[in-house]
Design a protein around this ligand. Structure first.
Ligand SMILES: [Zn+2]
Length: 466
């Protein structure tokens, strides 16, 4: 816990002084940038474009699977202990070398983000479309020397992996839908790294498709492939100039049709109670005040039963008293670290107002100073999403023959961290990855292919906005 560092960088509120503004850094959509869908786009026009995409995509299907298998051999685990791992640097360089050959403006930033800009090839204004994914893999499980196993025409029988791992239709019911199709697993000694090599395969194949088929119309597209997603830091060094799209989609989701359209807002709120030092035996005379008692009272008042995580479900948020640091008698400082989660920012703001009121009362009652620090962790993508994002993805799914499964996530997503940084919302789209961060991780080739088709269809949806 690096509380000292946190207090140094965040606005600190001392009761008695005025509140630092904690306004949510959301950018409003400029009126002239808000696209309208052309009302005369007939279903038949859209269907025709979808069919063209399907035959174009079919040509790249085996290339994409080979690409995915190649990427699984790249070691790219991120780490909590360091900013960049040598494995990630190595992978970023390989990806950069591969992508820049397609001829679009490709940049490898000093923090190893890969940016690609595909210029519009139509002569009317379209919103900029953005695609993101991540090349790092989780440090939580063995991820070196991955030996992927391709299983073509899966027969539905149990899949025996090394080290005693078995996958069956019972343990993985979704495998039932893969009978007769191609899936990829690890050999059981490592994860597979479909999270998010599947997303990277989709995006790189999309870049290749647009490069090799210049007749295909599209608007401006910005792409970012990030490091450090699996350690929660993929947005840390993202740059706004190369990646600031109007409509953004993160390709890091699960199974066919799944699109995450809403998630928690998240804030960390820390109260620090300063006692007054002195010898306890002379407290009446020397003004000694213990920090623990007011801290405990504040903790109890601000984490009410009805706000506890165990009483929260669906769209309901919660307040978690995540950490208490009571210091010792000498330091006489106590800290309470609250984690707030809610789909509605307003609820979080209401809690903060309530907690501040209680803190003020306790501060006065015990004669102790109380400070507050706030760190916004991620935002609900639904609270500042492009007005037509939903329509774009819904049309793109439909045109790819995919049944939509719009989901709410009781957590954060990479898209939500990017949102906080860029002030815009983005949806998370499926990629075909299953059981991420496990020895039994597997890829549905069919779902990865459909995700790529959906991305291609999205480029048309944007072109149709005029
Ligand atoms: Zn991921």
């Amino acid at each position: 816990m690096q509380i000292k560092q946190l207090f140094a960088v965040l606005s600190v509120f001392v009761f008695g002084a005025s509140f630092a503004s904690q306004a949510y850094a959301a950018t409003a959509w400029p009126a002239n940038n808000t696209p309208r869908e052309r009302t005369y786009v007939k279903d038949s026009v859209r269907k025709n474009l979808g069919q063209k995409n399907a035959s174009l995509a079919a040509k790249y299907r085996s290339t994409m699977l080979d690409r995915f298998l190649k990427y699984t051999t790249y070691d790219s685990q991120s780490s909590d202990a360091t900013d960049m791992t040598p494995e990630q640097i190595e992978t970023a360089k390989k990806l950069y070398a591969e992508i820049q050959k397609f001829g679009f403006k490709t940049t490898l930033s000093e923090h190893y983000y890969i940016y690609v800009e595909i210029p519009s090839n139509v002569n009317w204004q379209t919103p900029t479309l953005g695609f993101s994914c991540h090349y790092d893999t989780t440090p939580d499980i063995i991820g070196k020397n991955i030996k992927a196993q391709k299983i073509a025409k899966y027969d539905g029988k149990p899949i025996q992996l090394k080290n005693g791992h078995t996958m069956t239709l019972e343990t993985d019911p979704y495998l039932k839908q893969m009978i007769g199709k191609t899936i990829v697993t690890s050999d059981g000694t490592t994860m597979l790294s479909a999270d998010d090599k599947a997303g990277v395969s989709v995006i790189v194949t999309l870049i290749q498709t647009l490069a090799e088929n210049p007749a295909k119309k599209h608007g401006k597209i910005q792409i970012v492939i990030t490091p450090n997603e699996d350690v929660g830091r993929s947005a840390d060094y993202i740059e706004e100039t190369p990646y600031n799209p109007d409509l953004a989609f993160d390709f890091d989701g699960g199974v066919n049709g799944e699109v995450v359209v809403s998630n928690f807002n998240a804030e960390k709120v820390i109260y620090r109670v300063h006692g007054v030092n002195g010898h306890q035996s002379m407290a009446a005379e020397n003004g000694y005040r213990n920090a623990w008692k007011p801290a405990c009272e504040l903790g109890a008042a601000c984490a009410k039963d009805e706000w506890l995580p165990n009483n929260s479900r669906g769209q309901q948020g919660y307040v978690e008293l995540h950490h208490m640091d009571m210091g010792d008698g000498k330091v006489n400082v106590a800290e309470l670290d609250f984690r707030l989660r809610d789909f509605r920012q307003q609820n979080i703001d209401d809690w903060k107002n309530y907690a501040d009121k209680v803190a003020k009362e306790i501060s006065a009652k015990y004669g102790v100073k109380i400070e507050r620090a706030i760190a916004k962790q991620y935002g609900n993508v639904a609270e500042n999403i492009h007005p037509q994002a939903h329509q774009v993805v819904a049309n793109a799914l439909k045109n790819a023959g995919v049944t939509p499964n719009f989901k709410e996530e009781r957590a954060g997503t990479t898209a939500s961290m990017l949102m906080l940084k860029l002030g815009k919302g983005a949806y998370t789209v499926f990629t075909g990855q299953n059981n991420p961060h496990a020895f039994t991780e597997w890829l549905s080739e069919e779902d990865m292919y459909k995700a790529y088709l959906v991305a291609l269809n999205m480029t048309d949806e944007v072109v149709m906005m005029k």
